[in-house]
Structure formats: structure tokens, C-alpha cells
Design a protein around this ligand. Structure first.
Ligand code: ATP
Length: 265
């Protein structure tokens, strides 16, 4: 029963347009995942099996989870998210049961996507822990058991692809690998733009400059910078109004952003 709590069906509401950059990955995933669902007859008549397992890899905070959710939203598939660490924290035997339960639910909800976030936590090599091995074996058995046309796709994400057991990467398992890269300057500007779309900005705020200054920052860090800058503005408002003064202008300034960039490393 405790394992059950970890399993829930959700319908994400993330659109491709919520994700900055990654044009190639977006298009490729749409082709690999969505198109086969729309042409099942010709696929079957050609003895062509749709992809079973797709692995997204790349540094933390750079939209692997967002991408998985956008796939589910745009394809209209049911979505079951499982966190590797949650499976690991269960009692012996319980995590294997949970994995089987996830696949059972996914088959019942087909066409559907199972998303294993941080899959390295469970698929991290055969010599990790004995129980780790059992969870991995269960996962491999379940993946081998999915009949290819019955509409369950297994998506997974990891920051440590090199730590994955090679058995996971064999043909028919996670054999479609996609690098979800950190945002380049153009994408960073796009993310700053998304985050400030409905925000009152001071005239000196220069998104190009911010994008240039945040080389090496993840998408998640850029979101955090925007939050911190906004908080500074709210603090100013609180300070002024508590003194009974009027808060004129009420806009986030370039200095707010720059201070936030320095606080976010
Ligand atoms: P982790 O490996 O740590 O699980 P992740 O790669 O799965 O990270 P996400 O959870 O998808 O990262 O992204 C974290 C947050 O960062 C998102 O919710 C979003 O707010 C922001 N973000 C990251 N990349 C982008 C992007 N390209 N466009 C817009 N927002 C982004």
C-alpha cells in the first residue's frame, strides 16, 4: 500500500513553447514518439515497431523533466511519473512491486508514458546493491514484456548516463538517446524573456546582457535569478509601505537582476 502512493496518473500542462531552445530535440522526439501513434496501420503492415524506451540525458536543471511533460501534453498520452530515489527508499521487495505496479497501470491507461526521473538511482549498475539489482531486473523484465504496439512508452532521464547498466541501453530497451543540452546564450535570453513576460521591468533591464552574463547557468538557475530579483522588488515595496510611503514605479531593475546573478552560482 505504501508503494501505491508513489504512483499517480497526471496530465501535464507543459507545452513545447514553455521550453526555451532545444529545437532539434523537440522535433526529433515528436517524430520518434508522436508520429508512430498516428500511423499504427502502416507501421504494423511494415513490421516496424515503435520505440519502447527513450532516454534523455544532460546536466541538472536543463529541462529533461519539462521535455518529458511536453511530450505527454502534446501527444495527449497518459503520464505516470516515477522518481528513482523514491523507489530506492522503499523496503526490500516493495520497490520491485512498485515497478510492476507502474507498468500494470501504464498498460491499463495505454496509450501512455512512464517517466522514470533519475533512472540512475535504480539502473545504476549491477554491482551497486543486491536490491538495486533486483529493481533493475524487474524493470528490464517489464520493458521486455511490453508488446511493442500496445502503446506504452518508457521515458527516462538521468544526469549520469555513464552510470547506467549497459543492459538498459540494449536494442528494444532504452535505445533512443537524446542529449538535452544546457541553454546557450540565445536560449538563456528566451528563458529570461519567458520569465519576465508579464513582469513590470525598469527601463534599464537588458535581457541580452543578462543572457551574456549567465554563461554556464542552467535553465533552473535562470528561473531562480528571476525569482530573486522579483523578491528584491517586493522587499522594497514592503519597506516603503510599512513606513507609510508611496511605492512609485514598482519595477524590477537591472541592479536587482545583477545582484541575483551574483547570488546564484
Ligand atoms: P534534474 O536533472 O535536476 O531533474 P531537469 O533537467 O529535469 O533537472 P527540469 O526539472 O525540467 O530539469 O527543469 C527545472 C526548471 O528549470 C523547470 O521547471 C523550468 O522552470 C526551468 N527550465 C530549465 N530549462 C528550461 C528551458 N529550456 N526553458 C524554460 N525553462 C527551463
Amino acid at each position: 500500500p505504501t508503494a501505491m502512493r508513489e504512483i499517480f496518473l497526471e496530465t501535464p500542462k507543459v507545452r513545447w513553447s514553455d521550453i526555451g531552445g532545444l529545437a532539434e530535440v523537440k522535433q526529433a522526439l515528436t517524430e520518434v514518439i508522436e508520429r508512430p501513434l498516428k500511423i499504427t496501420d502502416i507501421m504494423a503492415a511494415s513490421n516496424l515497431k515503435p520505440q519502447k524506451g527513450v532516454l534523455l540525458y544532460g546536466p541538472p536543471g536543463c529541462s529533461k523533466t519539462l521535455t518529458a511533460q511536453a511530450i505527454a501534453t502534446s501527444s495527449g498520452l497518459n503520464f505516470i511519473a516515477v522518481k528513482g530515489a523514491e523507489l530506492n527508499s522503499m523496503y526490500v521487495g516493495e520497490s520491485e512491486r512498485a515497478v510492476r505496479e507502474v507498468f500494470r497501470k501504464a498498460r491499463a491507461a495505454a496509450p501512455s508514458i512512464i517517466f522514470f526521473d533519475k533512472i540512475d538511482a535504480i539502473g545504476g549498475g549491477r554491482d551497486s546493491a543486491i536490491r538495486g539489482l533486483h529493481v533493475l531486473t524487474t524493470l528490464l523484465n517489464e520493458m521486455d514484456g511490453i508488446e511493442s504496439l500496445n502503446g506504452v512508452l518508457v521515458l527516462a532521464a538521468t544526469n549520469k548516463p555513464e552510470a547506467l547498466d549497459t543492459a538498459l541501453l540494449r536494442p528494444g530497451r532504452f535505445d533512443s538517446l537524446w542529449y538535452v543540452e544546457p541553454p546557450n546564450q540565445e536560449t538563456r535570453k528566451e528563458i529570461f524573456g519567458m520569465q519576465t513576460r508579464n513582469v513590470r521591468l525598469a527601463g534599464d533591464v537588458d535581457l541580452d546582457q543578462l543572457a551574456e552574463q549567465t554563461e554556464g547557468y542552467s535553465g533552473a538557475e535562470i528561473v531562480s535569478i528571476c525569482q530573486k530579483a522579483a523578491q528584491a522588488n517586493v522587499r522594497r515595496y514592503m519597506a516603503l509601505t510599512s513606513e507609510g510611503k508611496e511605492f512609485v514605479g514598482a519595477a524590477i531593475t537591472m541592479a536587482d537582476y545583477q545582484a541575483a546573478v551574483e547570488k546564484t552560482v
